[in-house]
Design a protein around this ligand. Structure first.
Ligand code: ASP
Length: 434
């Protein structure tokens, strides 16, 4: 078998020299190998020279269209829209170089996961195809607009956003704020291994998100990724308190300072709600980001120099990621710490004109600016964030969104209000793993 006769997204039965028979959806090929996605969800590669026979299996469930992939049985199935933004979930390995490059089109994704068609009629649309690290407020607005557009179609039960994992939680927070009272579930899905790798987590993440959408009464913005290292269940996290906690593990995303929203056992078709199922009441509104707003994040550390703060003078807002309860080196103790005065005076000046918020680099826990004298000095200087447990990423997004849509004084007030579940009432420390 030498010619490229396989068509992406179609299902084949392949007979091999050793008499084994494999059935799966064609994913890709090189001059030497053919890769199929098997029913188990795993991909398998075969040497072309070992293939003795192959035949296409006509499967009613897979339909193709050049631009949009659809299958309607609207009486029976809900409709899901997949908005595709890029990242590893949309990448495949170039087996000649080993590099991971974004090359899957939305049609490929749906073609690769035919099980999606059992759950819903699926439409997919390419919004962008970029690594999530390159995203900015412009992309959040683009996504928001696409969602607003999609909401006009009342048949859509929910939206899946395929997204790179690196900044997935920034986007989920951004959409949580920008789309107030969104009436359907919006689920962001990424993967830590590209979709054509045998170890890819993409299939379970996508199918679990689709299962959740078609079986829930909840609305709002969520993230759906692996619950643990087993390829068994996924966890659904609220969009405003999730953090990427590991650079490679499939269960990289964890809920911070609060419970995960639910777990999804796709194989046994079960959703286990850990938190109250939320459905949004109130009028839906889309308040986009001002793409010109500039908010910075400054991380404190021993040896922080005042010169490092200067470049932020012209910014509209700053998140200070302090140590412990929310501290910065602002004390003047002896000659060696003299320059810390300048750090405090920068903070005072900035807080007078703009907005400064404190978060903590401890990851879990609450900021408390009342315990130690440096904390009290920061609070007196006008630093916000006392008694809040907003994670830094969400604080950054929230501040930028508030400054985009409200006056400085309103933004300062609203920063302390629990707008989308980003602040937990009281820390029940024992409940959470460290
Ligand atoms: N760098 C990639 C991204 O965030 C990683 C991933 O997709 O998981 O776009």
């Amino acid at each position: 078998m030498e010619d490229k006769d396989f068509v992406q997204g179609k299902k084949y039965v392949v007979k091999l020299k050793d008499k084994s028979v494999m059935e799966g959806v064609f994913v890709s090929e090189t001059s030497i190998h053919v890769f199929l996605k098997l029913k188990s969800g795993y991909n398998a590669g075969f040497e072309k020279k070992n293939i003795t026979e192959y035949k296409e299996v006509v499967d009613r469930k897979i339909s193709r269209d050049k631009k949009v992939t659809k299958k309607y049985d609207s009486k029976k199935l809900h409709k899901i829209l997949i908005l595709h933004t890029g990242g590893t979930i949309a990448s495949k390995v170039d087996y000649s170089t080993g590099a991971v490059t974004p090359r899957f089109s939305p049609e490929d994704l749906v073609g690769m996961y035919p099980e999606l068609m059992d759950l819903a009629s699926v439409e997919s649309k390419l919004v962008s195809n970029i690594p999530s690290d390159d995203m900015n407020f412009h992309h959040y607005n683009m996504l928001g607009k696409s969602i607003v557009e999609a909401l006009k179609d009342k048949k859509i039960k929910g939206i899946i956003l395929t997204h790179g994992t690196d900044t997935l939680h920034y986007t989920s927070a951004a959409l949580s704020f920008a789309l107030e009272c969104v009436p359907i579930p919006i689920v962001l899905v990424g993967s830590q291994r590209s979709s054509d790798r045998p170890s890819s987590d993409a299939a379970l993440n996508l199918l679990s998100a689709a299962y959740f959408i078609t079986n829930t009464k909840s609305s709002g913005v969520y993230i759906c990724m692996h619950e643990n290292m087993n390829d068994e269940k996924c966890v659904l996290l609220k969009g405003v308190n999730a953090k990427k906690m590991h650079s490679t593990r499939r269960d990289a995303f964890k809920s911070i300072n609060t419970k995960p929203f639910a777990t999804i056992d796709f194989n046994n078709k079960k959703i286990d709600y850990k938190d109250e199922a939320s459905s949004t009441h109130g009028n839906f509104s889309f308040k986009p980001f001002n793409e010109k707003i500039r908010v910075g994040i400054i991380r404190s550390r021993p040896g922080l120099a005042p010169e490092e703060l200067k470049p932020y003078e012209k910014f509209d807002g700053l998140v200070l990621e302090g140590t412990g309860l929310g501290h910065f080196p602002i004390g003047f103790i002896d000659k060696s710490t003299e320059h810390n005065k300048e750090i405090l005076s920068f903070i005072k000046d900035f807080a007078d004109k703009k907005v400064l918020c404190m978060t903590t680099q401890t990851i879990r826990g609450r900021v408390n600016l009342s315990v130690y004298s440096p904390g009290r000095a920061l609070k007196e200087a006008g630093v916000l964030g006392h008694d809040l447990d907003i994670i830094t990423e969400t604080a950054y997004v929230k501040l930028a969104w508030l400054l985009s849509n409200y006056s400085r004084n309103e933004a300062k007030k609203l920063y302390h209000a629990n707008l989308r579940g980003e602040i937990s009432k009281r820390s029940e420390v024992e409940e959470y793993e460290l």
